[in-house]
Design a binder for this molecule. Sequence first.
Ligand SMILES: *Cc1c(COP(=O)(O)O)cnc(C)c1O
Length: 369
Amino acid sequence: MKIPFVDFSESYRMIREEVDRGMHAVFEKGDFILGEAARKFEADFARYCGVEYGVGVNSGTDALYLALSALDVGPGDEVVLPTFTFIATALCVSYTGATPVFADVEPCTYNLDPASLEKAVTDRTKVILPVHIYGQAADMEEIRSFARSRGIKVVEDACQAHGASYHDRRVGSLGDVACFSFYPTKGLGAAGDAGIVVTDDTDVYERLLMLRDYGRKGRYDHKIKGFNSRLDTLQAVVLAAKLPHLDEWNRMRARAAQTYRDLLCEVPEVGLPRVAPDRTHVYQTFAVRIPHRDAVCAALQDHGIGVLIHYPIPLHLQEAYTEMGWRPGSFPVAERLCGEVLSLPMFPHITETQIRTVCDRLKEALVGR
Ligand SMILES: *Cc1c(COP(=O)(O)O)cnc(C)c1O
């Protein structure tokens, strides 16, 4: 039995009619750019997060880049971020001309370690950019109080954590600004690239409206050098159809995670993800830690089990950032994780039979080593 890493065909069946109807309405009206469905989705998603404003953009990467731009991050500034994340978290900083400053992560949640901030922060630090990795929030209370005492802004990279909560507040409402990706495989995914920035800050909101739309206020009245980065109305139709299902789909992911735990808890080589008591995990990614990871990964792929590695190389050791001169050993927790993590198939409608097969093959691969 082949098992895909993700399979959203069942999720699609639940929204198909609404998507068809919504798409049809957009074609009839012709409001493809910043149309009614896009405006409504921005407001609905902001409300879902528990904040005032949402600004839809082209991608999660653009959401991050425009959010930093709206906070006036630029050359000479530094932005502190975890080295254990997807590269877009650092690229958006580089696009602004600022310097990404890497920091290590916690060994239990894999999120930015608040204890690493003291060393990473300087007089030039303008923003701390924690990532809610795999679907579990970073320790935002610690990070925020550290940042507040130094006049530093906090931007959430929430691209993997739609609907996750921390102290009963949703991700998206935990920093000054938060950025989400709607890349198709994310917890809330469009039918192509899309993203959103959410915030309670009226000034940031107004700048974002200009930044994503050629810097304009009126039709041909351009106040700043903005970009063309808008959420397509057609993508908003897909997202609006999915949003009411998001909490249920996250509960289904959590049930699947529990099944994995039940089946793997007695396998001593397998390190299971840990969830801090004050948080809910939405399992965008269900990653285990195992010895001989590369051999086990290859064996599972040979048996048709869709597994992936998030991520094999920490950002400070990526070729794209060699100019910064980081050496192996700089961030030991992240480096160790990169050698051990393996992401197992995870999607809302994964069946218990599929999970059993994954676990059986994983146990065989561990023994076969
Ligand atoms: C997916 C992702 C991004 C980038 O989002 P795109 O929509 O693919 O541009 C940024 N940060 C993290 C942590 C991500 O997982």
